[in-house]
Write a protein that binds this ligand. Structure first.
Ligand code: ADP
Ligand code: MG
Length: 343
C-alpha cells in the first residue's frame, strides 16, 4: 500500500546480526531478585517498598543487597546478607520469566536466519542455567559470552567484541539490545548500533548515547536496522495472549479526563502488582464488562503516573460507550487482547 510505504521509518543502519543482553533485557531477573529481597525484609521485620525495585535494576546481586542493607538499615553486613541471599536466589532461577516480547523477538529473528549472540556480565554457567528453563532458547544463540570469559565486563566493550568475533561479523554490522546504561556504553564503545530498552520507567532521557530508546521489546522495529519486520501486527495492532484484570472502579487522579471526553474508569493497582509488572506501560485494547450494564469495547492505558513518584502503575480503561452516569464502585472486569503503542 502506498500509504504504508510513505510511512515507513527511515533506515537507521544496516546490520546483519543481533547481540542481546540477558538480565533485564530478555529475562525479568529483577522481578525474582525483588521477590527474594521482599521475603528477606519481612524476616527482618521491614516492609518492601515497590519503588525499591528501581534501585536494584541493573545491579549485581551483591550491589542490590548492599543497596537494600543500607536503605533499610538492616543489622547485618552486606556480605553476610548476600551469603544468606545467594542460595535462595539461585533456587529461584527457574522462576525468572521472559520479559514481554522476548520470546517473540527471538523466534522471529531465528525464523529469518538472523544470527544472534548473548552477551552478559553474568558468569557463563549462570547464563546457561537461566536460559535452560526456557524451551528452545539455547538453540537461538550461535554464541554466548559470559562475564567470566573476558578480562573486563560491561561497560568495557570487550564482551560485545568477543561476541562479534564468535559470530564472525564486523562490530559495525551488529545490533546490540540492552537495558542497562553500562551495557549501552559497552555497545557504543564496541562500535555497534545500540537499541536501549530501559528497565527503569521514566529513565529514557538518560540513554542519549543509544541509537534508539524503546519502551519494551514489543516496540522494536527490526526493519529500521535492515532486519526482517515483524509480521504479527494487524492494522496497527499487535494481538497478544488474552489477560484479565478486575476490581471495583475507584476514584482516579481527577485529571479531568472526562472533560476531555475520555473518562477512564480506574482500577486499583493493589493486588495486581505482579500482573502489572509483567506488562509494559502502554496503550492496550480489549473488552470491559460491568455486571449490571453490559460488555463494551475498551481501550486502556497502563502507565506510570506522570505527576507522582508512585510505586505502582495505574490502570485506566476508557469504555467506548456513552454512559449517562458515573459508575464508581461497580465491579469492572477487563480482558486485554492486544497492544497498540507506548504511553
Ligand atoms: P477519575 O480521575 O476519578 O478516574 P475521570 O475523569 O477519568 O475521573 O472519570 C472517570 C469516571 O467516569 C469513571 O470512574 C466512570 O464512573 C465514569 N465514566 C463515564 N463514562 C465512562 C466511559 N465511557 N469510560 C470510562 N469511565 C466512564
Ligand atoms: Mg480516570
Amino acid at each position: 500500500m502506498i500509504a504504508e510505504t510513505s510511512m515507513a521509518k527511515p533506515l537507521k543502519k544496516l546490520v546483519s546480526c543481533v547481540i542481546l543482553d540477558l538480565d533485564g533485557t530478555l529475562l525479568n531477573t529483577d522481578g525474582v531478585v525483588s521477590e527474594v529481597l521482599k521475603g528477606f525484609l519481612t524476616k527482618y521485620g521491614k516492609q518492601w517498598d515497590g519503588r525499591e525495585a528501581q534501585r536494584i535494576v541493573g545491579k549485581t546481586p551483591l550491589e542490590a543487597a548492599a543497596a537494600v542493607v543500607e536503605e533499610y538499615g538492616l543489622p547485618c553486613g552486606k556480605e553476610e546478607f548476600l551469603a544468606e541471599l545467594h542460595p535462595v536466589f539461585y533456587a529461584q532461577l527457574c522462576n525468572i520469566k521472559p520479559l514481554p516480547g522476548a520470546s517473540r523477538l527471538l523466534k522471529h529473528l531465528s525464523g529469518h536466519g538472523v544470527p544472534m549472540a548473548l552477551a552478559s556480565n553474568s558468569p557463563r554457567g549462570s547464563i546457561e542455567s537461566k536460559i535452560s528453563y526456557h524451551q528452545g532458547w539455547k538453540d537461538y544463540f550461535s554464541a554466548i559470552v559470559g562475564g567470566d570469559e573476558v578480562t573486563a565486563g560491561k561497560p568495557s566493550p570487550e564482551i560485545f567484541l568477543e561476541a562479534a568475533k564468535r559470530l564472525n561479523r564486523e562490530p559495525s554490522s551488529c545490533l546490540v539490545i540492552e537495558d542497562s546504561m553500562p551495557g549501552v556504553t559497552a555497545g557504543k564503545a564496541a562500535g555497534m548500533e545500540v537499541v536501549a530498552v530501559p528497565s527503569v520507567p521514566k529513565q529514557a532521557h538518560l540513554y542519549t548515547s543509544a541509537d534508539e530508546v524503546i519502551n519494551s521489546l514489543l516496540d522494536l522495529q527490526p526493519e529500521k536496522w535492515g532486519l526482517p519486520p515483524f509480521q504479527d501486527w494487524i492494522e496497527g495492532t499487535l494481538p497478544t495472549e488474552p489477560w484479565y484484570i478486575s476490581g471495583p472502579v475507584i476514584k482516579g487522579f481527577g485529571r479531568g479526563s472526562k472533560v476531555l471526553g475520555i473518562p477512564t474508569a480506574n482500577l486499583s493497582p493493589k493486588g495486581h502488582s505482579s500482573l502489572l509488572s509483567e506488562h509494559p506501560s502502554g496503550v492496550y485494547f480489549g473488552w470491559a464488562g460491568l455486571s449490571t450494564r453490559g460488555v463494551y469495547k475498551m481501550v486502556m492505558s497502563i502507565g506510570w503516573n506522570p505527576y507522582f513518584n508512585n510505586a505502582e502503575k495505574t490502570i485506566e480503561p476508557w469504555l467506548l460507550h456513552e454512559f449517562t452516569e458515573d459508575f464508581y464502585g461497580e465491579e469492572l472486569r477487563l480482558v486485554i487482547v492486544g497492544y497498540l503503542r507506548p504511553e
